[in-house]
Write a protein that binds this ligand. Structure first.
Ligand code: ATP
Ligand code: FE
Length: 351
């Protein structure tokens, strides 16, 4: 089947066309329009601006995705759309657009959990078989998921406060580096000494797979203030050392907790990451080593499929479609939607 996917839960408007079957998918197109510039002046995503921009861009993205795929709209067999979790205005914009398309075409509508999209990506890109362990590390999320099937996820733990991408962004702001913070902190850290500042390793002394990043950010503020008081400001080297020390702490904590999550699961076929923070080379190197010790391959999908996109939504929709699970016009947008067996239903309205 041919699936059209839509994504608009945060600050990216995206559409994609994917051809099934689920165990041999063919991604025909995937386009993303980022709103980064629109929100730059506000230091964060403004929900009202995001919702309006999604409404304006969705049609264009759908047209572009169909054009690139060389597929007429009438050939599409089902419309998959992120129906949560995310900023409610954006999710609503996507759900409304998808309902319009589904109704106009007389084709099924499938509401997809955004997190399920991320979690199933390694199956789309690498054909990995179940069960595998997924670490989702992005600007808005951080969690370990054991993926047992297209609709079977167990959450082993996650952040109790900030997401790591959010922490990178805040640290960049604290040190006067440009946004998005991840790439600029990573670049600055290259010239830095990761051992110069002894930053905390939050929750490492506690059992389980939960993580915390807000204390790390506070420690960076404290260090900056101490340096400023002692010497009137930060040198380029101070900044590099602080970035390197922060990055080392994040990588340490994520690697340590990954080790635990891996040893808590039996029979895994792989350890996979998704989310924008997975672009970080220091983190990748650490996670690769952890996977090697655990005896499973480490998988990192290409970055454009790691960050928010509609290909993953189309793919999760395709698997639901093949499983005979479709939604109807009562599909609603959900701002919160945990991805766990205990918190079913996992696809759309669950019908
Ligand atoms: P979500 O996907 O959770 O809805 P999002 O759109 O903010 O949120 P992504 O697009 O997956 O998340 O990733 C963006 C985040 O990744 C930003 O916080 C950014 O700073 C971070 N990031 C990007 N590149 C790097 C890097 N090289 N190192 C660390 N963090 C990075
Ligand atoms: Fe995301």
């Amino acid at each position: 089947p041919l699936i059209l996917g839509l994504e608009s839960s945060c600050d990216d408007t995206a559409a994609a066309v994917l051809r099934g079957p689920g165990d041999a998918p063919e991604l025909l197109s995937s386009v993303v329009s980022s709103q980064t510039d629109l929100h730059a002046a506000f230091g964060g995503v403004v929900p009202e601006i995001a919702a309006r921009a999604h409404t304006e861009k969705l049609d264009l993205m759908v047209e572009e995705a169909l054009d690139l795929a060389g597929v007429p709209l009438t050939d599409i067999d089902a419309i998959a759309v992120t129906s949560g979790p995310g900023l409610i205005g954006g999710v609503l914009a996507g759900v409304m657009a998808a309902k319009g398309l589904a109704m106009g075409l007389g084709k099924p509508l499938i509401g997809v959990n955004h997190l399920a999209g991320h979690a199933l990506t390694p199956r789309l890109t690498d054909g990995v078989t179940f069960p595998y362990l997924m670490l989702l590390v992005s600007g808005g999320h951080c969690q370990f998921l054991r993926v047992d099937g297209p609709e079977a996820f167990s959450r082993l733990g996650g952040t109790i406060d900030d997401a790591p991408g959010e922490a990178f962004d805040k640290v960049a702001r604290i040190l006067g580096l440009p946004q998005p913070g991840g790439p600029s902190v990573e670049a600055a850290a290259k010239a830095g000494d990761p051992a110069r500042f002894a930053l905390p390793r939050p929750l490492m002394d506690r059992p389980g797979c939960d993580l915390s990043f807000s204390g790390l950010k506070t420690a960076v503020i404290r260090t900056r203030d101490q340096l400023t008081e002692a010497q009137g400001g930060l040198t380029e080297q101070d900044r590099a050392d602080l970035c390197a020390s922060f990055q080392a702490a994040v990588a340490d904590v994520l690697a340590g907790k990954s080790e635990r999550a891996l040893s808590a699961c039996d029979g895994l076929t792989a350890f996979a990451v998704a989310g924008g923070v997975a672009a970080n080379q220091t983190l990748r190197a650490r996670l690769t080593a952890v996977a090697e010790v655990a005896g499973v391959p480490f998988l990192a999908p290409p970055l454009r499929l790691c960050t928010d996109n509609a290909a993953m939504i189309a793919y999760a929709g395709l698997l639901a479609f093949e499983g005979g699970r479709v939604d109807d016009m009562t599909l609603s947008a959900r701002p919160r939607w945990p991805l766990d067996r205990a918190a079913a239903p996992l696809i759309g309205s669950g019908k």
